[in-house]
Design a binder for this molecule. Structure first.
Ligand SMILES: *[C@@H]1O[C@H](CO)[C@@H](O)[C@H](O)[C@H]1NC(C)=O
Ligand SMILES: *[C@@H]1O[C@H](CO)[C@@H](O)[C@H](O)[C@H]1NC(C)=O
Ligand SMILES: *[C@@H]1O[C@H](CO)[C@@H](O)[C@H](O)[C@H]1NC(C)=O
Ligand SMILES: *[C@@H]1O[C@H](CO)[C@@H](O)[C@H](O)[C@H]1NC(C)=O
Ligand SMILES: *[C@@H]1O[C@H](CO)[C@@H](O)[C@H](O)[C@H]1NC(C)=O
Ligand SMILES: *[C@@H]1O[C@H](CO)[C@@H](O)[C@H](O)[C@H]1NC(C)=O
Ligand SMILES: *[C@@H]1O[C@H](CO)[C@@H](O)[C@H](O)[C@H]1NC(C)=O
Ligand SMILES: *[C@@H]1O[C@H](CO)[C@@H](O)[C@H](O)[C@H]1NC(C)=O
Ligand SMILES: *[C@@H]1O[C@H](CO)[C@@H](O)[C@H](O)[C@H]1NC(C)=O
Length: 647
């Protein structure tokens, strides 16, 4: 047996000593689970027992207090369970689960889940101790035992001295610094920080449960999907950092999980931790702007390109870790789409109002949305359908493609050729031809009479004003006040990016400017829906699909200095349509293009991605279409690591 007792992670929390009348209160001791190494792999065995084997298991080994033995629970409805059934089960487990390994066969518990009573036809299984439930006929050397509560099949740890059974979590190192804090369930509807670390420079460990514990169902279509959440969403039991150290330390662990993330949990997703964010979901660039936290690492190319932001941790984690299935971020002005573009992932900005954003740090409520990252359209489709409740499931697709003509790179560039080839395939798939459009010209010809004819005169500062003023009023001011109260009137440290934005907002008409910006936004939104390219359609939800490239394989080196941030981003571009009009903007990976890396001194590859826009509320139509494009191999799932599509 190679189970080593590595590090007893029991943490003793001593209740504060009460010195009144020289009496001590009782010390409060919390069993926080154990970190164990099984055949060279790190595991966390939760402190909360999920079942108990009675009577006590029998092992021919001697144990000391607190020892754990790996055990595999196998369930079968086969009337006769044979040696080859056992081998098949093990082979199934090995193929479908990264937590299970042969070491868990140290002990085996068989349970017959069919009608009547089953038979075990195994005389000896590699000299391992075989326990079987009373749903099997007694058989020679098999030890009869029962679980005191139902648990799914899969790998577990059992305490030989109590019979208590604990779930097995595999520990993976967060070597890309994608997480701000790893977490596990507290067994009570909330979460606790994961009390386990293995090795690595600045590296946390993240614990994932066995995939064998979960089976998707109608009620729980997301069962077992491992989910990381951007650290602006409050989770009950954990602090929220917002990418700011002072903010993290000032407020206690949160007492509620917001309804958006709670819905994913209710649908079966499993929280594994909180992930990196640009400070307060603004726009810091690595590395100089990231003063408080270090920026997560994008695995693509040479590994030293920016991950995009502000959902940098979810994007970097999804690009890096096979053991992470989905990650949630937010998008106000590109915070889902930009990491989606830089890592080459499926990444959506949903229609405004797709989910409620209670218990989430705000940037600007008129534009804040929550989206999800996936590496394939199939998973993305499942999550989007399960998550967003108020959309109609359109199965017919628009017959018009609005092609943002001046946004596309020349077709004789690598990225231009990839994008062009994709658009041709989409034309064939939809049975239509693109219309080359230009928003500025179209606006000039059809704009409302009370608006300026140059769209940039209307919208140049609209987004900038909305985000800088709203967040100052709704996050910065209360934060400053709470912090000052606790720290003798001091102001907390704020990264240069958000500080410059908040200052700019106050210097540029503040709340008055905000009202004007809202009016300009509404004017543009109304035009987009009536005369622009966001007109609704009875059968296809949206009259057309507006296409523009999101990333074209550009590099953004982390080790290059740039000028200090002075203001929020100005100007109008394709990427501003979603935030200003509330329509969905879905980014999908198209391919990758080479560049000569100044880091690795060799050819590396960066992602090329396409944005799909449709009318407001057409999120299901878009994701249905994108899934079909993957089914017909026009789009392909991406892999983790340096290459999206390894050769
Ligand atoms: C324990 O060891 C003894 C002696 O080696 C053997 O007879 C017995 O079958 C073993 N028990 C189990 C449960 O393997
Ligand atoms: C192994 O997996 C296959 C395919 O999912 C399934 O049909 C079979 O019943 C599984 N066998 C066992 C022993 O679990
Ligand atoms: C959570 O705490 C806030 C104040 O910090 C309080 O207003 C709210 O009622 C609490 N909610 C729950 C569910 O306890
Ligand atoms: C969905 O629609 C219902 C009924 O109109 C409404 O109560 C709910 O708030 C909506 N949910 C979201 C997330 O918009
Ligand atoms: C589309 O853009 C290309 C290059 O930017 C330009 O040459 C062409 O005239 C444009 N076509 C239309 C219809 O705007
Ligand atoms: C709109 O205004 C901007 C900024 O003044 C200018 O660069 C652009 O050329 C103008 N566009 C048109 C179509 O006149
Ligand atoms: C947009 O606004 C900024 C800040 O007022 C200004 O510096 C810039 O010239 C404007 N750009 C355009 C195209 O109007
Ligand atoms: C709003 O639009 C007007 C033009 O109608 C423009 O002068 C003003 O700068 C815009 N302001 C904002 C904050 O969008
Ligand atoms: C990389 O550098 C080589 C040699 O200078 C050049 O021939 C090649 O075109 C470059 N490749 C890219 C993708 O820039």
């Amino acid at each position: 047996m190679l189970l080593k007792r590595c590090l007893d992670q029991k943490i003793f929390l001593f209740a504060s000593l009460l010195f009144t009348s020289i009496k001590f209160s009782h010390a409060e001791i919390v069993d926080n689970g154990k970190l164990v190494i099984l055949d060279g792999i790190n595991y966390y065995a939760g402190g909360i027992a999920v079942s108990k084997l009675v009577p006590l298991p029998s092992f021919n080994l001697t144990f000391t207090d607190g020892d754990l033995v790996p055990i595999t629970v196998i369930r079968s409805d086969k009337d006769k369970f044979t040696y080859s059934d056992m081998e098949e089960a093990i082979s199934n487990f090995t193929q479908s689960d990264d937590v299970f390994q042969q070491g868990f066969m140290e002990a085996i518990f068989l349970s017959y889940d069919g009608d009547g009573r089953g038979h075990i036809e195994i005389s000896n299984f590699n000299d391992k101790v075989l326990h079987a439930s009373s749903s099997y006929h007694p058989q020679g050397h098999v030890v009869g035992a029962n679980l005191n509560s139902h648990i799914p099949q899969g790998p577990y740890f059992i305490s030989p001295s109590t019979g208590n059974i604990y779930e097995a979590f595999r520990l993976y190192p967060d070597h890309q610094l994608a997480f701000t804090e790893a977490a596990i369930s507290d067994g009570n509807g909330g979460f606790k920080p994961l009390p386990a670390v293995t090795e690595g420079a600045m590296t946390k460990s993240v614990a994932v449960p066995s995939r064998l514990y979960y089976t998707p169902s109608l009620d729980k279509p997301l069962a077992g999907l491992r989910l990381g959440v951007k650290d602006i969403f409050h989770l009950k039991g954990l602090r929220t950092s917002g990418g700011n150290r002072a903010f993290h330390d000032l407020y206690p662990p949160r007492n509620a999980t917001g309804s958006a993330v709670q819905r994913l949990i209710d649908m079966g997703a499993v929280i594994v931790g909180k992930m990196g964010t640009v400070q307060f979901a603004n726009g810091d660039n690595p590395t100089a702007d990231w003063v408080d936290f270090h920026c997560p690492f994008n695995p693509r190319g040479d590994g030293y390109q920016a991950p995009g932001g502000s959902s940098s941790g979810p994007g970097a984690g999804m690009g890096s870790y096979d053991w992470l299935d989905i990650a949630v971020g937010s998008d106000t002005g590109g915070s889902m789409r930009s990491p989606g573009g830089m890592q080459g992932l499926y990444a959506n900005r949903p229609s405004i109002g797709a989910v409620d954003l209670d218990e989430v740090l705000p940037l600007c409520d008129a534009m804040d949305t929550a989206g999800v990252f996936a590496r394939n359209a199939q998973t993305w489709h499942t999550v989007i359908h399960a998550w967003y409740q108020n959309f109609t499931d359109y199965r017919r697709y628009p017959k018009r493609i609005y092609y943002s003509n001046s946004s596309f790179p020349n077709v004789d560039t690598d990225a231009g050729a990839l994008l062009e080839s994709f658009v041709v395939k989409l034309e064939n798939f939809l049975g239509t031809k693109r219309e080359r459009v230009d928003i500025s010209t179209h606006w000039e010809n059809t704009h409302p009479t009370e608006a300026p004819s140059n769209i940039s005169d209307l919208l140049n500062t609209t987004y900038a004003t909305l985000v800088s003023v709203y967040q100052y009023d709704n996050l910065a001011l209360p934060f400053f006040a709470d912090y000052a109260k606790k720290h003798d009137g001091r102001r907390p440290f704020i990264n240069p990016g958000p500080l410059a934005r908040w200052t700019w907002g106050q210097d540029n008409e503040g709340d008055t400017g905000y009202q004007v910006a809202l009016k300009n936004k509404t004017m543009f939104k109304n035009w987009w829906e009536s005369d622009g390219f966001g007109v609704a359609h009875k059968e296809t939800c949206s009259e057309g699909i507006y296409l523009y490239p999101y990333t074209t394989g550009q590099t953004q080196y982390r080790n290059v200095y740039f000028s200090a941030p002075t203001a929020p981003p100005m100007g109008f571009s394709d990427g501003r349509i979603g935030p200003l009009t509330g329509v969905p903007d879905f980014v999908v990976p198209i391919g990758e293009v080479p560049y000569n890396s100044t880091i690795s001194l060799t050819t590396e590859f960066m992602p090329v991605t396409m944005s799909f826009l449709a009318s407001r509320g057409c999120d299901f139509m878009l994701v249905n279409l994108i899934r079909e494009l993957e089914e017909t191999r026009i789009l392909k799932p991406v892999e983790t690591g340096a290459r999206m599509y390894p050769q």
